[in-house]
Structure formats: structure tokens, C-alpha cells
Design a protein around this ligand. Sequence first.
Ligand code: ACO
Length: 329
Amino acid sequence: MQKNYGIKFVSFASALPSLCIKNTDLQKLYDTSDEWIYTRTGIKERRIVSANESGLTLSVSAANEVIKKSNVKPEDIDLIIVATATPDKLYPTMSCMLQGKIGAKNAVCFDLSAACSGFVYGIVTASQFIYNGQFKNVLVVGVDVHSRFLDWSERTVSILFGDGAGAVLMTSCLAGDDQLLGYSLHSGADVNLDLELDNSNVMYSEFKKPKCPNFVKMNGKAIYQFAVRVVPEVINELLDKINHNVNQIDYLVLHQANQRIIDSVSEKMKFNKSKVISNIEHVGNTSAASIPIAISEAIQENKIKFPCKMLLVGFGAGLTWGAVALHLR
Ligand code: ACO
């Protein structure tokens, strides 16, 4: 595409709820163990919202932090995209509510639904508006609060998820200084029912009320197989596109779904362990928030050396998957 401008990734930030639920806490809910959960998922604990917290409060914290780090005033933000599959309300959108809370009064706002790929889809969507000159400052937030949509009496799915929010501020710069090296997005409905959160069980015509709240349903094995197949494929596709090889990439940040998926992909792709960012052990799977939380924490902990080239790969319900390559300076 015609690029009139480049994109600068100015700052990353994240926010987690205060309540920490350890694997040993889950043993009080059902028959499980820290050892079973840790060896199969790499997760030790996750953060879950309490009554005074929500997707919005987490988004506000992450957004305010990213704005503070960026020197961009809230009123200078032109566009807010919130990627989420678990909005606090079906409407108003999370992005409009966030706009009000952070004082971004001149922003255009919309939510983007692509499940765990939402943050990657959000970056790519934002980039189109910056490349064509429509918008200068764009805030992209990934947030999910899956704890409200889990069956906490069922042990296969509820062990996986945690709540959280992550954000990035993207601004336009000279085309020659572009920090977005390339991207690749995909969707495929072939096994979409293997991961779903149904919202269609209230029907006026049948005067039917939901028998129980709507819970996430997942075929864990099918999702595992999907991830370890498509993630290496999309990484190879993107590397070809940008004419890079694995050795030229400094950091790999996969959607933090499961440590076994992260290990399998990095081994298959021959990424040295030191290049692979993982924080799933203490946050669990935070869906659309997982990539920006992982980056933000890694920067905070000085694990990222600049300048660097970084691959971000999202995959999730839909099914959706996609990768972006960044050259952060
Ligand atoms: N504690 C103890 N035992 C358990 C638990 C638990 N929490 N959950 C299931 N089991 C038991 C089962 O009942 C079963 O027992 P059985 O053999 O007596 O019938 C046994 O453990 C094996 O169960 P499986 O469902 O076959 O377990 P599996 O080895 O497939 O592991 C898991 C389940 C961890 C979910 C795995 O399938 C997986 O990693 N899938 C990837 C899915 C994923 O990461 N999803 C993330 C969300 S989606 C996304 O972000 C894109």
C-alpha cells in the first residue's frame, strides 16, 4: 500500500487486577493440583477482577499509563481501538467509555472483536489510518475479563484464563522511520466451534430465558493443534514478506495461551529461548491483553534491549490468527 507516513510505537503499558488466584486456590473448587496445571499450561497464578474492578477500570489504568509515558495529550488522540471479546457492556463500546474516562474528547472510537488475536488485528487496523494520513495519534488497547464467562465448577477451561489490559500508543512519523516492518492476518471458520462464548440463548419468540450464564467452551486438543500448526506458518509467511530470517529477529512475543504452545512453536522455529518473551506463569491467558501485557512487563523488567526487531503473533477464537513485525527504536 501507499505509505504517506511511518508509524512509531511510542509506549506500552499494562494493568492487572489486584486479586491473585493461585493454582492451589483452585484446588478448593475442584479436583486438580498445582502440578497438573503447571506441567500442562505453565500457569502458576492469574489475576481476577473483584467487585470494584472491570475491563474498563483496567483499560483506564493501562491507557493513562501509556499516555503518561508518551508526552501525547489525551485531547490529541485521534483514534481509540479497544480489542476485546468480553466487553463490560454490549454497548456503549469499551472504547467510547474509555474515551470519556481519559478525556480523549477528540478521538474516534470503536471496539474490535477478534478474540485473542485482537491486539495484533488492532495494530494493523490502526496502521492503515496512520499510513494514509487520516490520524496521527492512535491508542490501541487489548483487554479481556474472561473470569466473568467461566464455569468455575469446571476444571479444564477455568484453569487457563486471567484478566488484564495492555495498551500501546502509535503515532505517525516520517515514512522512512516506519517501525512497522510488516504484517499478515488470517481468519478461518473451519473449527470455530472448538472455542466459543455463545450469546444467543435468550429468544423472545420462545420466551426463553438462559438456563445458566454463558460460559466459554473449548476443545483444548483441537485448539492446541490449531495453534502449533498456524503460528509457525504465519511466522514464516511474514518473515518471507519482510525478507528476514529468524536470526534477524530479537524477540518473539506469542499470545500467552499456554506455555506448551509457546515452547512448541519456538522449538519448531528454532528461536533461542532467550528471545522468547513469556509471562504466562503469573498472569495466565489474558486473551487480547496478553501480548501488550507481556511486552510492557518485559520492558519494565529491562528484558528488552533497544533497538530491536520483535515479532508479535496472535491466535484465537474465530478462528483468527496474525503476526506483526516491529522495529522498535
Ligand atoms: N486438573 C486435573 N485433571 C484434569 C484437569 C485439571 N484442571 N482438567 C482435565 N483433567 C483431566 C481430564 O478429566 C482427563 O482425565 P481422564 O484421562 O481421566 O479422562 C485428563 O486430565 C486429560 O484431559 P484432557 O482434556 O485430555 O487434557 P489435555 O492433556 O488435553 O490438557 C489442556 C488440557 C491443558 C487444556 C490442553 O488441551 C491444552 O493445552 N490445550 C490448548 C488450549 C489452550 O491453550 N487454550 C487457551 C485458550 S484459547 C486461546 O487462547 C487461543
